[in-house]
Design a protein around this ligand. Structure first.
Ligand code: IMP
Ligand code: MG
Length: 424
């Protein structure tokens, strides 16, 4: 398996709007790696894992934890301690040990407080600009971080630091202020429980690399939700592209040797915002049912579209992808015919890149798409070990992706159970 990778730093990121199936890919790769680390986002993520009879949705703890190997939450992640403790309990209940020998948490990761969740929900419900967030407090927590008033995990273990930070944070929120002492007490009690887990993630990773251990960087969300490069303002509040693995785990970018960008064989998005390859209601319902396309975190029905090559090309460039992972090919293959968006056009007929299309969209213009249609020739097998075993139509789709992106497909998954994937 070693030859599958260029080096010791393997990054798995989303090439669309999240929900590409990164969790199951990380689960499959984790046994080839020694350490898994999350580096951005928070419990807005929902990584579904199916192992045998058991299934679990992880929101915060790296999926690698299921292998029993070292699993780290980096400084770039925002942490809701209540959610974290609940997830640890769930895992323990599934016989997945979650003690300080397995799980490590960065002291400099920021803490999501009730006031952040309140603000997130309030804005979604009452402001003129609805993003369709997960209301988990992600945006307001990152705001506090860049405003330099954020509470960090390390603050939870020092009474004075904790009190000072919380005072400063909730000064502007009268509703939260009345609960200040309760909040301090609760935060300190989280600190008590979590202190054995706190660590310097970057330093641990550096040590692991010096011992030739392989690190798996587990991305959340996807390039098109990236706060800088996504469909702004309909984005999440963190950088989701591969470069963030370095910043959000505390390790230099030279260590990121393999960037595997995951894409579904079609597209989905939850929440508001532009979606140029979006399908009509009939086809959306069909694929939603076939692919069980409901948010793993909020349960919201996902919007559905064809695979969008201009968007994927854009995402591959931003990530610096060295390999593509294609998921849910089995779902697409259920259709007698499917399409892939290959080009965008403006009103005047000129062709547009994804970046140009975003500009046209921002100015209120229309984007039309050109599709390539594929007719399925044969049923897909439930057990395959190479690209050669895919139906010809699916192989043609893989060829199109590789040719357009000029990046090899490294892995294909064709079912949600462990083992329903192969490397190529
Ligand atoms: P937030 O991350 O909760 O602030 O939500 C901002 C946008 O990102 C919304 O459209 C969410 O639906 C979307 N989003 C956040 N996390 C995920 C995810 O893990 N998968 C898919 N969409 C997400
Ligand atoms: Mg998800």
């Amino acid at each position: 398996m070693a030859s599958l990778f260029n080096g010791l730093g393997v990054v798995v990121v989303g090439g669309q709007w999240g929900d590409e199936g990164k969790g199951r890919i990380v689960d499959a790769l984790a046994k080839e790696c020694d350490v898994t680390v999350r580096f951005q986002g928070g419990n807005n993520a929902g990584h579904s894992l199916y192992f045998g009879e058991k299934s679990v949705v992880l929101h915060l703890i790296p999926c690698g934890v299921v292998t029993g190997r070292r699993s780290l939450i980096g400084n770039g992640v925002v942490i809701d301690p209540e959610v974290l403790l609940h997830e640890m309990q769930t895992l323990n209940g599934l016989d997945v040990p979650c003690h300080p020998g397995v799980l490590g948490i960065s002291r400099t990761a920021h803490v999501i407080l009730p006031v952040h969740k309140m603000l997130d929900a309030e804005r979604e419900e009452n402001s003129g600009q609805k993003i369709g967030t997960t209301k988990r407090g992600i945006g307001p927590t990152y705001e506090a971080k860049v405003r330099r008033v954020g509470l960090r995990m390390g603050d939870l273990v020092n009474k004075k630091r904790c009190e000072d930070k919380i005072s400063q944070l909730i000064d502007e929120s009268p509703a939260a202020k009345s609960n200040k002492s309760e909040l301090v007490e609760k935060s300190l009690s989280f600190g008590d429980t979590l202190s054995p887990f706190l660590t310097d993630v970057g330093e641990e990773l550096e040590k692991s690399l010096s011992m030739k251990k392989r690190i798996l960087f587990e991305g959340a969300q996807g390039a098109l939700l990236d706060v800088d490069h996504g469909t702004y303002p309909y984005v999440t509040s963190s950088n989701c592209v591969a470069a963030q693995a370095s910043i959000g785990a505390g390790i230099g970018p030279k260590h990121l040797t393999d960037i595997w960008m995951v894409t579904k064989a079609y597209s989905t998005r939850v929440g508001e915002g532009p979606f140029f390859s979006e399908l009509d209601t009939v086809m959306t319902e069909k694929l939603r049912t076939l692919g069980n396309e409901y948010g793993a975190t909020t349960g919201r029905p996902r919007r559905i579209g064809w695979l969008d090559l201009p968007a994927l090309k854009y995402a591959a460039r931003l990530n610096g992808a060295t390999g593509i992972v294609l998921t849910k090919i089995d779902v697409l293959a259920e259709l007698a015919n499917f399409s892939v968006v290959t080009h965008y056009h403006a009103d005047d007929g000129s062709s547009l890149t994804f970046g140009e299309a975003m500009e046209v969209w921002a100015n209120g213009g229309q984007i039309s798409t050109k599709e390539k249609i594929f007719a399925m020739d044969e049923a897909i097998s439930r057990s395959m070990s190479s690209l050669k075993e895919l139906p010809r139509t699916c192989r043609n789709l893989c060829d199109l992706i590789e040719n357009e992106l000029q990046i090899p497909i490294k892995m294909v998954s064709y079912g949600r159970q462990r083992g329903q994937e192969f490397f190529s």
